[in-house]
Write a protein that binds this ligand. Sequence first.
Ligand code: SF4
Length: 61
Amino acid sequence: MPILRAVIDGDKCLKEDYCPPMEQCPTGAILDDEGFRFVTNDCRGCKKCVILCTHRAISLI
Ligand code: SF4
């Protein structure tokens, strides 16, 4: 079974300075490039970021 990976909906993400998903991802898979937030291949599909994102901007696909 393929591993699910997190994806960020850029329309819902508010790019806040304090971002619990970015802070607490166990593999550091969520990065910010000058305001553009994205998930790298280091994602292990643990779902922690989905639960932590208060804007519901992250889902697993
Ligand atoms: S699903 Fe888990 S490993 Fe993947 S980006 Fe979210 S917190 Fe990180």
